[in-house]
Ligand binder design. Structure first.
Ligand code: HEM
Length: 190
């Protein structure tokens, strides 16, 4: 594989994913060390809320809300979902004692991995789009012409479309597992 491709698109994926795991482990260690384990119980709800708030991007994308820059809201989605996932990992700890929450955690880890893959696919698509844009501008095309030509760049649309077909069902399964997890907690604590 091309080394610069690896450094530019795959290494950041590995770094962000590893940072997520290490941060969760570090916070978990800290909470255990200072007898603050009870905090972990609240991190489940706060983390879930953080992920739910991150979906404001989806509302903006579909024009359900009209304000806010979609680009910034996508960045907000990425960070809130990433941070929320850390909180949920700490909430789960390493003591998985029931199958349902365990499956939910597994699905969440898959969702984050898939989100990070999407982020770097998008980056790669934008980079190659920019490269083509610069080339066309050098060839003397006007900025309007270039933007019109590149508007529906088939590769970008195609690649992201395929990715969404994976990312969206993962999110749905994750949502169902979280709902079932919450329902069982309510049932057993009633
Ligand atoms: C629990 C974790 C996550 C869940 C449940 C989740 C869920 C979703 C959903 C449902 C969408 C589709 C938005 C739409 O079309 O309305 C989406 C898009 C996206 N997510 Fe995530 N995501 C998660 C984490 C992440 C992370 C950690 C990143 C990157 C750091 C990320 C990057 C993206 C990107 C780049 C898109 C594509 C935007 C687009 O195509 O419009 N996601 N995510």
């Amino acid at each position: 594989m091309n080394r610069s491709l690896f450094v530019k698109y795959i290494l950041p994926f590995i770094e962000w994913y590893a940072l997520l795991i290490f941060t969760a482990l570090f916070i978990d260690y800290f909470l255990h060390r200072y007898q603050l384990i009870a905090v972990g119980r609240y991190l489940g709800s706060i983390g879930s809320l953080s992920i739910v708030i991150s979906f404001v991007y989806s509302l903006r994308k579909r024009s359900i809300i009209k304000t806010g820059s979609p680009k910034s809201l996508l960045v907000l989605h990425e960070y809130l979902a990433w941070i929320g996932s850390i909180m949920i990992l700490v909430h789960a700890g390493i003591h998985f004692n029931a199958i349902l929450p365990w499956l939910a955690i597994l699905m969440m880890l898959v969702a984050v991995a898939s989100g990070l893959i999407g982020k770097f696919l998008l980056k790669k698509a934008n980079d190659s789009l920019n490269e083509r844009k610069q080339r066309m501008l050098k060839e003397g095309l006007s900025i309007e012409e270039v933007e019109r030509k590149l508007f529906f760049d088939s590769i970008t649309v195609d690649l992201m479309k395929k990715w969404r077909k994976v990312h969206l069902p993962i999110t749905m399964v994750l949502g169902i597992l979280v709902l079932l997890h919450v329902l069982t907690i309510i049932m057993f604590s009633a």
